[in-house]
Design a protein around this ligand. Structure first.
Ligand code: URA
Length: 304
């Protein structure tokens, strides 16, 4: 039995931030097993019935929420048949059981990745209907022009379906800016996470991705977390993420996909062939069994 202060349980369950939860208790709106809770009361979220305004609170009992700064060269999966390193190997043994990665970062992408054993939470973060945008910093070869960027902002056709509009903002240019040399960094904010979306976008306009890192998951950022390190989310962060994903956002109107092959990408470059199952085989165009689609919590991704 793990007893905790009631306001702490309420905050972790995403009912309200800790202070607001205390206000709810002062107002007599919180009960534990039918009795009005007062400040200082403790409860066991696993066995006690905690209600706010007579509505039972779904307590996040023993769930675990971790934030990993994924390095390049790790697969976002629980296991891999081909023996490639997976993000699970970066998780200390005590946390490994039942954890799933929330969404997916490509093998060569680094940055913030959540891991949890809370399937409902994973769904909120990864499904576009909850509106949890993800922000990436991307370094691309050369300097795309505004018309090309606008084309990407409007969305591209991926596997027969147009991606939702996205934000792209210039960050900096590096190296020589003549035609051959030089790279450009952009911040890209996506409202959905289609397979290899950012890489595919810039590939389509002939400016291949050199580096890609995820720097924000909704409001969650952590520029201090070293690459390869992980930490537990604070209660504040969990409830912030819950609150940001509380409302189901309207589905963007379906855009029609042009029938003409390549209509979306008149200047589409030819993709070089890549060997299967090499460490760089994250470049496969469709999700593998060991790299699940983002929309699905990745438990199903455990390679059989
Ligand atoms: N877009 C990509 O292309 N790769 C990622 O890992 C994430 C977004």
């Amino acid at each position: 039995m793990t007893v905790e202060r009631v306001q702490k349980i309420l905050a972790r369950a995403g009912v309200a931030a800790r202070r607001k939860a205390e206000d709810l208790m002062r107002e007599g709106r919180v009960t534990v097993n039918g009795r009005v809770a007062v400040l200082g009361d403790k409860a066991d979220p696993a066995s006690d019935s905690i209600k706010v305004d007579d509505k039972r609170v779904q307590c996040a009992t023993s769930h675990c929420y971790l934030l990993l700064n994924k390095p390049r060269g790790y697969l976002t999966a629980v296991e891999d048949d081909a023996g490639r390193p997976t993000v699970m190997q970066l998780v200390p043994q005590q946390w490994r059981k039942a954890l799933i990665p929330v969404g997916r970062l490509d093998y060569q992408t680094e940055g913030l990745l959540l891991l949890t054993d809370d399937g409902e939470f994973a769904q909120r973060i990864s499904h576009p209907r909850y509106g949890c945008h993800k922000t990436y910093e991307v370094k691309v070869k050369g300097t795309p022009d505004e018309a090309q960027l606008d084309r990407l902002r409007r969305g591209i056709v991926l596997e027969g379906r147009r991606t939702s509009p996205c934000r792209i903002t210039w960050m900096k240019s590096t190296g020589s800016r003549d035609e051959e040399g030089g790279n450009t960094w952009f911040a890209v904010e996506l409202s959905e996470g289609r397979t290899r979306q950012v890489r595919e976008m810039f590939f389509r306009i002939g400016h291949s991705v050199q580096k890609l890192r995820r720097v924000a998951i909704g409001p969650l950022r952590d520029a201090e977390l070293p690459v390869g390190a992980l930490r537990e989310l604070s209660e504040r962060e969990i409830s912030l993420l819950r609150r940001t994903t509380d409302k189901v956002v309207a589905k963007p109107a379906k855009s029609r996909v042009a029938k003409r092959p390549g209509a979306d990408s008149p200047a589409r470059p030819t993709r070089p062939a890549r060997p299967a199952h090499s460490p760089s085989s994250d470049s496969k165009r469709s999700p593998s069994r060991s790299e699940p689609s983002r929309a699905r919590p990745a438990r199903a991704a455990r390679a059989k």
